[in-house]
Design a protein around this ligand. Structure first.
Ligand code: ADP
Ligand code: ASP
Ligand code: MG
Length: 408
């Protein structure tokens, strides 16, 4: 007997028929003699719908109330699944985050899980029940409902699997595994049989939304055996593991993020203190900066350009504008029409020919680069947003990841 956590995303529970279908998977695992915890997302589109309604009720909606609202989406699907399972003679119980309880900090909208009390869950499982837990939510020490950030049900599932010491955490979704890049953007992408936690973490954090970044961090830290599978097509999926295959290629995938903004602080005095003034101002406001370039220009002046997440842009501009006289700088401008495209792999820095290959491939397509960063495990370029798809396809092909697409 094993303990298995199965998570179903929004498209997998989009309507009653799909909830019944997802229940079949839990039943199959139960019939095989396993203990089963199911984690569900809200029906696809529901979280967006709820948040959009909240946005219409105030210019700056209260974050506690937005979490209270957003968390209702999952309450619906878990209850429906439990009703259905009980109706089919499989004893089941649905639990919201606070009923587990899943304790989080109080940062509404992007709360972090601090502790999970597994005793209650073990009792229910030992009693023979399928436990259906609401993804994406927890409870703060003040007793408020919190949410874990978009896509957070993945993290709920992995955290539960870690707390319960589960044998496997299965993420059921609308693709049959992790691909070399988003298969909806590049049809020549192919499924990976396995990928390391480290590479998966890079893919997720650079924009591949198949798994929430936090869930991969958790899985790596607690060594949770994690598998991404399709709800709709049977298959082996992709195993996320510690081991790197001997024959594994250097480059494993390409990711892109359209959530970037490029800010320029122009005409600062070119002194050794300028950078620390700009980035110190941002750090004090807890704004994360990603790529940075410095361009010296005439008369001992310099410009700094850097990327931040689009969600932080308003705040970044406001703190920099407030600090303009002290920096001092002449102007601040922002370009929201940029995207970051990243090539993910292992030991990339020790293979300079890979960087050459990237530049050559993008240059041959006349794609303009705004910034570049490299590390052991990735090379990222910032490109105009309109060039996103072309850049991803070009790099996917240049690094030999494309497979011939079968004619229908
Ligand atoms: P769920 O609702 O099940 O959580 P998501 O929409 O959050 O599903 O994630 C699945 C989607 O992630 C896929 O439909 C696919 O378009 C996208 N995706 C992006 N990058 C990748 C990748 N490298 N491999 C597989 N899917 C990817
Ligand atoms: N329903 C939440 C969202 O849409 C959580 C999830 O689907 O993982 O972000
Ligand atoms: Mg998701």
């Amino acid at each position: 007997m094993a303990l298995i956590v199965q998570k179903f995303g929004g498209t997998s529970v989009a309507d009653l028929e799909r909830i019944r279908h997802a229940a079949d998977k839990a039943i199959a695992a139960r019939d095989a003699g396993h203990q089963v915890v199911v984690v569900l997302s809200a029906m696809s589109g529901e979280t967006n719908r709820l948040l959009a309604m909240g946005q219409q009720m105030a210019a700056q909606p209260d974050s506690r109330e937005m979490d209270q609202l957003a968390a209702t989406g999952e309450q619906v699907t878990i209850a429906l699944m439990a009703i259905h399972l009980n109706g089919r003679g499989y004893p089941a119980v649905s639990l919201q985050g606070w009923q587990v309880p899943i304790a989080t900090n109080a940062v509404h909208g992007k709360a972090r899980i601090e502790q999970i009390d597994s005793e209650h869950l073990h009792r229910l499982l030992n009693d023979g029940r399928i436990v259906v837990v609401a993804g994406f939510q927890g409870v703060s020490s003040e007793g408020n409902i919190t949410t874990l950030g978009r896509g957070g049900s993945d993290t709920t599932a992995v955290a539960l699997a870690a707390a319960l010491n589960a044998d496997e955490c299965q993420i059921f979704t609308d693709v049959d595994g992790v691909y070399t890049t988003d298969p909806r953007m590049v049809p020549e992408a192919h499924r990976l049989d396995s990928i390391t936690f480290k590479e998966m973490l890079e893919l997720a954090s650079q924009g591949s939304k198949v798994l929430q970044t936090r869930s991969v961090e958790f899985a790596g830290k607690y060594r949770v055996p994690l598998r991404v599978l399709s709800t709709f097509v049977d298959g082996p999926g992709t195993l996320i593991s510690v081991e790197q295959g001997m024959e594994a290629p250097l480059v494993s995938g390409v990711a892109c993020s359209r959530q970037e903004a490029w800010i320029t602080v122009a005409h600062m005095p070119d002194t050794p203190f300028s950078a620390s003034r700009v980035f110190g101002t941002l750090a004090r406001a807890h704004i994360e900066v990603d790529m940075i370039t410095q361009t010296p220009n005439a008369h001992q002046r310099t410009d700094f350009s850097f990327s931040v997440s689009r969600t932080d842009v308003t705040q970044a501009i406001s703190v920099l504008a407030g600090a303009l006289p002290e920096l001092p700088a002449e102007a601040i401008s922002v370009n929201n029409d940029v995207a970051k495209v990243s090539v993910i792999g292992v030991a990339l820095r020790s293979h300079p020919e890979l960087v050459m290959k990237l530049f050559d491939a993008l240059a041959a397509e006349q794609i303009r680069l705004l910034a570049i960063t490299t590390s052991e495990s990735r090379i990222s370029v910032l490109v105009p947003d309109t060039e996103t798809e072309r850049s991803v396809r070009t790099l996917h092909r240049a690094f030999g990841l494309s497979v011939a697409v079968k004619a229908e």
